[in-house]
Design a protein around this ligand. Structure first.
Ligand SMILES: Cc1ncc(COP(=O)(O)O)c(C=O)c1O
Length: 473
């Protein structure tokens, strides 16, 4: 049922029109005027009725969808997603005891973006166009479909300032596939390649590289990633080093340009292939991304590993490599020999989405959504002396460091019992020196869910700190 909304906006107010509209809609939901059986007017129609641009309505809908009050159902419109009892709701004639509602799990596991792109009409149109293309009965090209490689080269130029030739791009089934391919390509007659990884770092990368036959060694890194000083002091040289210079995973710092140049100089001198995991550089919240290692002058072979897992979804299993130098040639040869694991239909749809500007628009929307959740985290936790927030400059995860009175592993255990899935920072360390903290993925939950989960987590931390204080008194 579509509703008529008697909304009046105050054009003299300093509050932006989108924020006013979001506020009115939120109030209407909280008062029970807008209920789950209601469909909101299409953004174009409401914009015309209110005499505002469509962007104002879209931003307001996005805002309260992100808070969990609305859900977009594609061509079926935008619907109210929650029924809030209480203020303004008609009183029930009888007051039956409410049945206990099974608590839905709120999942804060990092690495999960919002599911929004799959509801994007432009995404659906990109697939429709791909399905309508002439039927293909052969294997897709091993290095990727030219249309997608060309669209990506353009996209990386505009979004990452990378001058890339489509011929330097290899389409992969995501980072895990890329790492297997690289391990295969680097395997020499002398045996397994030695790959240096960051500690703390991405546990999946350690697992996949090892399973693909590489000898993985961890090097301790600080918040801003690897330090050339430490690399220069290494006794022997690895075949490759895997780095996250734009947003150290999981600590969240970024490698300064001077350090980037020093790491590249070390790699060039020692013939070490640099693997630059650029997994979430689309999402910068405070500062511009620094230039990719792959774009800096150097005689080292740098392989940029990109993924659609954060900008779109890991459900797609699609990513890409930007390759150069002798290592790049070996990677391409290995891919030609192994064949591509990436569906041609998916590549075609992605190329359509990129070419039509859908991906850039989705990233802009998602950036606003993640920036809001980041602000929510700061708002809720930033003032506490016992918790230190980090990794908030970009991406879709944050770190909460907890003081030593409370064991983060116990918080994880208790949170799970109370319906919140969150992970401990400890699991990211390959060797000793683990820190006491939590890693919070804020991409997938709605604002409402994130807020609820933070309430639960902080209550657990408070209770444990109180219990431990009482115990030690
Ligand atoms: C550091 C890092 N790199 C890459 C990825 C993406 O991996 P994939 O492309 O295999 O989904 C993730 C996902 O969480 C990550 O945390």
């Amino acid at each position: 049922m579509e509703v008529e909304l008697p909304i009046v906006l105050d054009r003299t107010s300093h509050v932006p029109l989108a924020a006013q509209l979001a506020g009115r809609l939120r109030e209407a939901i909280l008062e029970g005027t807008l209920r789950p059986e209601h469909t909101l007017p299409a953004s174009r129609r409401l914009a015309a009725e209110l005499g505002v641009s469509r962007g104002v309505v879209v931003r307001a809908y996005e805002q309260i969808s992100g808070e969990g009050y609305l859900e977009s159902r594609g061509s079926a419109g935008t619907r109210v997603a929650v029924r809030l009892d209480g203020r303004g709701m008609p009183a029930p004639k009888t007051t039956p005891k409410p049945a206990p509602v099974p608590k839905a799990m709120i999942d804060l596991t990092p690495g999960r973006p919002s599911g929004e792109p799959f509801r994007d009409p432009e995404w659906k149109a990109a697939w429709k166009k791909a399905i309508g293309e002439p039927v293909q009965v052969e294997l897709p090209p091993a290095l990727g479909m030219p249309a997608l490689r060309t669209a990506l080269a353009r996209h990386l130029g505009a979004s990452r300032g990378l001058t890339v030739d489509a011929g330097d791009i290899v389409i992969t089934a995501g980072t895990s596939d890329a790492l297997q391919l690289i391990a295969t390509a680097l395997r020499s007659r002398t045996g397994a390649p030695r790959v240096l990884v960051e500690d703390p770092g991405y546990p999946t990368a350690r697992r996949v590289l090892t399973a693909a036959g590489a000898l993985v060694e961890a090097i301790p890194v600080g918040e801003d990633g690897s330090e050339a000083r430490r690399l220069n002091a290494l006794g022997s040289r690895p075949d490759a080093i895997l780095l996250t210079p734009s947003h150290q995973y999981p600590l969240g710092g970024r490698m300064p340009v001077q350090e980037r140049l020093a790491v590249l100089a070390w790699a060039g001198r020692n013939h070490v292939t640099v693997l630059e995991d650029d997994y979430d550089s689309e999402f910068r919240h405070t500062r511009m991304p620094l230039p990719a290692l792959a774009s800096l002058p150097s005689n080292a072979d740098v392989i940029l590993i990109g993924t659609f897992s954060k900008a779109l979804s890991p459900w797609l299993r699609c990513g890409y490599l930007v390759v150069r130098g002798a290592a790049g040639e070996r990677i391409k040869r290995a891919r030609e020999e192994l064949d591509t694991p990436v569906s041609g239909m998916l590549q075609s749809a992605l190329a359509n989405y990129l070419d039509g500007g859908g991906l850039a628009r989705h990233i802009a929307r998602a950036r606003r959504q993640y920036a809001r959740r980041r602000a929510l985290m700061i708002d809720r936790l930033g003032g506490r002396a016992d918790l230190k927030l980090a990794a908030l400059d970009g991406g879709l995860h944050a770190i909460i460091r907890i003081d030593e009175r409370v064991d983060a592993r116990e918080v994880v255990e208790e949170a799970l019992k109370q319906g919140v899935c969150v992970v401990s920072l400890e699991g990211y360390f390959a060797e000793g020196g683990a820190e006491n903290g939590l890693v919070i993925g804020y991409g997938a939950p709605s604002d409402l869910q994130l807020s609820r989960a933070l309430d639960i987590i902080t209550a657990i931390i408070d209770a444990k700190a109180k219990g431990n204080n009482a115990g030690s008194a």
